[in-house]
Ligand binder design. Structure first.
Ligand SMILES: Nc1nc2c(ncn2[C@@H]2O[C@H](COP(=O)(O)OP(=O)(O)OP(=O)(O)O)[C@@H](O)[C@H]2O)c(=O)[nH]1
Ligand SMILES: [Mg+2]
Length: 247
């Protein structure tokens, strides 16, 4: 090999090493900040929250809200609305998870969405045992997949019999949306144990819904009420970390 050939090979190797290191640092940064990997810009308000408040004195005191539901149900939209009090028109599907931190009335709340596409649903059970409240978002218009939503929900619930459940009948702004009474039946919520705190709320993650009965802000208030209970009254959750999600 000539000297120039050797130098070119060395430069290529160095370039590849720098690129690999850059990727590793990016992944580590995302994991450290519990950042969204769906391409949303939530990291901004994550940082805002960090700047605005002192870190929690006891991280174990943090409450986790797990947000699940089939793909397209509106999980990212609902989370965005809860955290920003505004709607956004478009979201790309969540290929892994979205995570947001909120501090309300001294309560440190982590909201975690795990994507709802079929390949990601296998990860859901790993997250249930870490949650203090489960929010299950349903597309009230998607009649053909209500059976699947019901099946997925009922598969999760026996794992945590005490876990409070908040079901969101989302997309109520659409004219052909099923009512909460219809969804109560369709989702088999009447069959659930009375031991569990259970709520079914009509929601719409749209601009126009802010001051209506379907406002996501009712969800936020309910979460604060549920999570304000002392930790001893909430389900005792495991301490170890669930496995990372791969889209
Ligand atoms: N009309 C209407 N559209 C909504 C509502 N909520 C969400 N959408 C739309 O539904 C689509 C899917 O919303 P997402 O929030 O990405 O759904 P998701 O549950 O996070 O989906 P995955 O991340 O793929 O699991 C988007 O185009 C949203 O704009 C709602 O309340 N009303
Ligand atoms: Mg999403």
């Amino acid at each position: 090999m000539t000297l120039s050939g050797a130098l070119r090979a060395l430069a290529l190797t160095l370039g590849a090493a720098v690129a690999a290191l850059g990727s590793l640092l990016y992944i580590a940064w995302n994991i450290y900040f519990c950042d969204s990997n769906s391409g949303t810009d939530w990291d901004r308000w994550w940082e805002q929250d960090l700047w605005e408040q002192a870190p929690p004195e006891d991280p174990l005191d943090q409450r986790q809200v797990l947000v699940l539901g089939l793909d397209g149900a509106g999980k990212s939209s609902v989370l965005h609305y809860i955290c920003n009090q505004t709607a956004r028109n478009r979201f790309t599907p969540t290929h892994g998870f979205n995570c947001a931190q909120l501090s309300i009335e001294g309560l440190e709340m982590e909201l975690l969405e795990v994507g709802g596409s079929q390949n990601l649903r296998a990860y859901w059970p790993h997250y249930v045992s870490h949650a203090h409240v489960l929010v299950f978002v349903v597309d009230s218009v998607d009649r053909s997949r209500l059976g699947t939503a019901r099946q997925e929900l009922h598969a999760l619930l026996p794992m945590e019999p005490q876990l409070p459940l908040v079901v969101l009948a989302n997309k109520q702004d659409k004219s052909d949306a099923l009512s909460t009474a219809e969804l109560w039946e369709e989702l088999g919520l009447h069959t659930l144990s009375e031991q569990r705190e259970l709520f079914l709320l009509p929601t719409s993650a749209t601009w126009d819904s802010l001051s209506t009965a379907n406002s996501i802000l009712h969800v936020k208030n309910l979460l604060v009420t549920l999570l304000s209970q002392p930790l001893s009254a909430l389900p005792q959750q495991e301490g170890s970390q669930p496995p990372p999600v791969q889209g």
